[in-house]
Design a protein around this ligand. Sequence first.
Ligand SMILES: NC(=O)c1ccc[n+]([C@@H]2O[C@H](COP(=O)([O-])OP(=O)(O)OC[C@H]3O[C@@H](n4cnc5c(N)ncnc54)[C@H](OP(=O)(O)O)[C@@H]3O)[C@@H](O)[C@H]2O)c1
Length: 200
Amino acid sequence: MLMDLEGSIAGQDGRSGSLSGPADRRVFSAIRSHADAVIIGASTMRAERYRPMVPRPELVESRAAAGLQPAVQLVIVSVSLDLPWDEAVFAESTFRPIVATCEAADPANVETAREHAEVLICPGESVDPAWLLAQLTARGLRRFICEGGRNLLNAFAEAGLVDEWDLTLGPSAAGVGFDLVDTTDDEGFHFLRYVKKDNT
Ligand SMILES: NC(=O)c1ccc[n+]([C@@H]2O[C@H](COP(=O)([O-])OP(=O)(O)OC[C@H]3O[C@@H](n4cnc5c(N)ncnc54)[C@H](OP(=O)(O)O)[C@@H]3O)[C@@H](O)[C@H]2O)c1
């Protein structure tokens, strides 16, 4: 997760990209390179542009050596199934995206989803994170990244299923830039001192 100094996870345009920068994108990309599957909540899919998940030539060898599939599998969690089905990520990804929903979903929407994605239906009113991981593991997927948003991450965290947390703090607040001038660690807390950028 990327957040700014106020804890916002999206900029004024509703997307995380406006909080990001080259260094963050490098780390994001490196983390994703170790994953079999990326799991996201439907609001993240609606807000962000997810490009087709295809093999990256420079990673083909390292992924194969690590026992990972050549391209990342996208998994979207949704009850409403109100998803942007015309996005290229559905038609052009190497592996057909998986949409995880539940029995409470409207059957007509499930039919539409099946035209664009592989659909998994969890018993009950929502998708149980442990159930989802079991379904994905049964398909041979082993390493998962939950890229957010907060709502879905919270469901995984509450279920005790997050075993690594990667957090990036961006040097801005409400669009104003800051410089990091001091850091220290104590008892697992990370203390950061930022000062407003001198724009003169
Ligand atoms: N800064 C970052 O690193 C970062 C990363 C990711 C996202 N974001 C931003 O975060 C915002 C979205 O985050 P969010 O927390 O509002 O939403 P979210 O977690 O992306 O998505 C919430 C939606 O996902 C579905 N969902 C979540 N848990 C579910 C469950 N257990 N069972 C069934 N469906 C479930 C529901 O979809 P339906 O409504 O379709 O039923 C729910 O409304 C966007 O602005 C995005 O740009 C930022």
